[in-house]
Structure formats: C-alpha cells, structure tokens
Design a protein. Structure first.
Length: 246
C-alpha cells in the first residue's frame, strides 16, 4: 500500500483549525497591513510560528505544485507554511546521502518565481526563507542573481538579496554582503536599512570584527542611521558612538 501525498486543502484546514481571531488582529497591526503600509492588505488567521512549524512538519511531504498553491494564498500563514516546507525539502535534497540537484534547482526556480510575483511579501517571509534556499544554492557559484534582485523595484526582492548572504556569512565569506551593502547604501527604506545593518553586524560577530570596522571606516558617513545602529550594535560603546557621530 502506497502512502498518499498530503494536499494543500489538508494543510489549510489544519491551519484554520488553529486560527485565533484576537491574535489575527494583533498580527495585522504588527506586520503593518494598513493602507499605505508595507504589508497593506495582508490577511492573517492568527496562528503563531511554533504552531505553523508543527503543521509544516505534519504535512512535510506536500508536493511542490501544492506548495506553490500555498504561496499564492491570500493568507499570510499559508504562505509562511509553504516556505517552511520548501526550506525542509531543500535541506533534504542538499544532504550528501539524499543529494538531488535537479530537485534543488526546481525548488529555487519555484521560490524565485514566487518572490518575483510578490508572494514572499513581508519581512518574516523573506527572513525565514532566503538564507535557507537562495543562499545555499549560490554558495559555490555565481552570485550575479543577487545583484539583479538588489536592483529590483520591489522592496522584498532587495531584502531577499541581502538576507541570502547570511548563508555566505555563516560559511565565513563577507564579500557579497559588502558588495550588496555598497550597492544599497542609499536605500532608506526601513526594512532595507535594518537588513543591511543586520548582515553587517553578523559579519563582525561571526567572521571578524575588523572586517566590519574596515567597512564602516569607509562607509559610515553615507549610511542611514538605522543601518548604522544595527551594524554597530555589538561594538564597544565608545566605538559605536564614534561611528554614529559621522
């Protein structure tokens, strides 16, 4: 007897069984879904991340075409669940014993298509996925894709570019983070400022503080206050004050 693959309808039913209307109201405020805000019009069920991860694990074998349907949902938790599933399937296809580069390529293609059609469209969705899918995919190959994303009109594509470099930072490579940071220094959108500063901070924290301070010596005066604040968060107070005074 063969196992029957789960369906998108089963995943959605499981999420809706966990819905909390009061939490949904709070999440819609937190993720800025009002008119003119970055998450304008997004819809929430009110399901918290640990519960979402439980659903994703329960239906982990959801086929890719069904994950794509989740990513096209109007409901935020559906899209988050789809990304968590995609992360897990990409990780499985990347392990030495189960390595499948064809499957990995299909997942990256699906992910980037979702990004470009505006379905990975809030900071939590970007942050849970970019470093786990795009980052590992580009670790040992050309990263030109990230420079294309960094120059896109979409705020979310630009954030995907920056957050993807977290995978490189964890591997000890700051070069692409610095190159993208230089490209995006003048971008004053708050969520780009935060992502830029965060990735720079991680370079100093995980690789070498002198790499971070070397970058700041060159560019602190041109950085936005938010990015500079994030980037210098783990430096000595006197050093932080000196850079921020620029």
């Amino acid at each position: 007897m063969t196992d029957v693959a789960p369906t998108v309808a089963q995943v959605q039913a499981a999420l809706r069984a966990l819905a909390n209307p009061a939490d949904a109201i709070g999440l819609q405020r937190f993720f800025k879904t009002g008119p003119g805000e970055y998450g304008e019009g997004d819809v929430f069920l009110g399901v918290r991340v640990p519960a979402i991860r439980g659903v994703a694990k329960r239906f982990a074998a959801l086929p890719l075409d069904q994950i794509d349907q989740l990513l096209d949902s109007a409901v935020h938790e559906d899209r988050f669940t789809g990304l968590v599933m995609l992360n897990a399937q990409f990780a499985a296809a990347s392990k030495p014993r189960t390595f499948d580069d064809t499957a990995r390529a299909a997942m990256v293609e699906l992910y980037l298509a979702a990004v470009r059609r505006g379905r990975v469209n809030n900071w939590d969705l970007v942050d849970v996925s970019a470093e786990r899918i795009v980052g590992p995919w580009l670790l040992d190959t050309s990263r030109e894709l990230l420079f294309d994303l960094a120059q896109a009109d979409s705020l979310w594509e630009r954030r995907v570019a920056l957050l993807s470099t977290f995978a490189f930072i964890k591997a000890g490579d700051a070069s692409t983070t610095f190159a993208l940071a230089e490209l995006l220094l003048g971008d004053r959108r708050d969520l780009i400022q935060k992502a830029l500063g965060w990735m720079l901070r991680e370079v100093g924290k995980r690789i070498d503080a002198s790499l971070l301070t070397g970058f700041l010596d060159q560019h602190a005066a041109a950085m936005g206050r938010t990015a500079l604040s994030y980037a210098t968060e783990h430096l000595e107070q006197s050093v932080r004050a000196e850079y921020r005074a620029r």
